[in-house]
Design a binder for this molecule. Structure first.
Ligand code: NDP
Ligand code: 2IT
Length: 445
């Protein structure tokens, strides 16, 4: 039994040394459900918190491959199978040089709560590699993916563990991974989501995270009688999540004025409309170029090595990576009139930034609620695979929209105090209850 949050965290830190992102993610959950736990001591007696922060299984493996020059390269592969209380492990794969166990454990831990919120039967997991796809040829990416799957195949399965994309893993990588799995197992089955449309993928999966984040922000704005119509929006990143958040905001009458990549941000006060977004999609998904080229083409400002948060906007949708909004940037956003922040990325706001948003009582949607649309449609892809049927675009989009509304309602139910909705608290409590109850039902596992 722990007498305080601090003593609980001391133990977490000692047991998981150096894993600062994991500590951060655990702290956020523990801090926001602490009172709820004291009011529901059966969870405390069953040590659910101690159990839920321990991954069920962590896999770490060597990924050797040969580059185009014929040299051997060695990367490290991971799969963190975090929790299977409510369904098979489900969550993305991240290929980025920064990937380490701490980052994948934080992502896997968040995924457990996020997947629970979707209302679909999915447990939580995450994986990836420190492989850097930047500057690699298609052939090198394929060779790497084949080697990665040559180990991973023994751990995944349609009822066991179903990976998907994340940073650095999109349709191209999922294709190479799927092809290699099929070759090894001689089995065509739904072991990955985010697949191509004519080989088992779902319509709307590419759009789902970005669209879902905007649907969630729309619900938040709606609680204050507001909408996206006429609103100016800052988005960070220019990958999958950022692109489709931009597209949906345009459709809802908002104006996106920033996008970014790891080298800098563009600021286009005229708005990134449909045509300009097509340029971004071609630039990022096909040519694999830098966001700076947008500024060169459209003659707008480029903020080298700067994040986009100094732009004057009413809504912010951070959609690049973890810890990309600090306290000062949060303060700057609020001072400039920002009323709503929805996390398209996982944990993009530092804890001190979230404190600023909560103190100022602006609308703040944490990633596990706001970006759950991606994994939700992955869940729908799994359903379609099991039925060997495909739903129409409209059908999937409608289901996604309903799921985001339901997640919003669950946050409001668990997170409202007085007039203000604390969506962090709401999402953590709502996500926790379902998983914790399933763990209780299943005994000491
Ligand atoms: P992509 O790889 O498609 O795009 C990532 C974007 O973020 C790129 O513009 C990239 O820039 C930028 N970025 C990545 N790392 C950094 C960094 N360390 N510093 C600055 N910029 C960075 O990934 P996604 O769009 O899929 O993912 C974005 C975020 O959304 C991640 O946090 C992911 O976990 C989260 N997410 C994704 C989901 C999905 O379905 N894809 C679902 C839910 C959440 P550059 O090209 O220069 O690296
Ligand atoms: O962080 C996430 O939710 C994802 N990268 C998507 C996971 C999935 O299984 O679709």
């Amino acid at each position: 039994m722990y007498s305080s949050i601090d003593s609980f965290m001391e133990r977490v830190t000692a047991k998981n040394p150096g894993e600062k992102e994991f500590h951060q993610a655990v702290y956020e959950v523990v801090e926001s459900i602490w009172d709820f736990l004291q009011e529901n001591p059966h969870y405390v007696h069953a040590k659910i918190m101690e159990r839920i922060i321990e991954p069920e299984r962590v896999l770490m493996f060597r990924v050797p491959w040969r580059n185009d020059r014929g040299e051997i390269e060695i990367n490290r592969g991971y799969r963190v199978e975090f929790n299977s209380a409510i369904g098979p492990y489900k969550g993305g794969l991240r290929f980025h040089p920064s990937v380490n166990l701490s980052i994948l454990k934080f992502l896997g831990f968040e995924q457990v709560f996020k997947n629970s919120l979707t209302t679909l039967p999915m447990g939580g997991g995450k994986g990836g590699s420190d492989f850097d796809p930047k500057g690699k040829s298609d052939n090198e990416v394929m060779t790497f993916c084949q080697s990665f799957m040559t180990e991973l195949y023994r751990h995944v399965g349609p009822n066991t563990d179903i990976p998907a994309g994340d940073i650095g893993v999109g349709g191209r990588e999922i294709g190479f991974l799927f092809g290699q799995y099929k070759r090894i197992r001689n089995e065509f089955t739904g072991i990955l989501t985010g697949k191509g449309l004519n080989w088992g993928g779902s319509l709307i999966r590419p759009e789902a995270t970005g669209y879902g984040a905007v649907y969630f922000a729309k619900e938040m704005l709606n609680t204050r009688g507001e909408s996206f119509e006429g609103k100016t929006v800052a988005i960070s990143g220019s990958g999958n999540v950022a692109q489709y958040a931009n597209e949906k905001i345009n459709q809802l009458g908002g104006k996106v004025v920033t996008l970014s990549d790891s080298n800098g941000s563009i600021y286009d006060p005229d708005g990134i409309d449909e045509e300009k977004l097509q340029f971004i999609m071609e630039l990022k998904n096909v040519k694999r170029g830098r966001i700076k080229e947008y500024a060169e083409k459209y003659g707008c400002e480029y903020w080298e090595n700067k994040r986009p948060w100094k732009a004057q906007v009413e809504v912010a949708i951070p959609s690049a990576t973890q810890n990309e909004i600090n306290k000062e940037e949060a303060q700057m956003l609020v001072d400039n009139g920002c009323v709503c922040v929805a996390e398209g990325a996982n944990m993009p706001c530092e804890p001190e930034a979230i404190e600023v948003f909560h103190e100022k009582e602006i609308l703040f949607g944490p990633g596990k609620a706001a970006n759950a649309g991606g994994v939700a449609v992955s869940g729908l892809e799994m359903s379609q695979n099991s039925m060997r049927l495909g739903w129409s675009r409209e059908e999937v989009d409608q289901k996604l929209h309903n799921i985001m509304k339901n997640i919003h309602d669950a946050c409001v139910k668990q997170g409202t105090k007085g007039e203000y909705v604390n969506y962090v608290k709401g999402s953590n409590i709502a996500g926790f209850i379902k998983v914790a109850d399933a763990m209780l039902d299943q005994g000491v596992v």
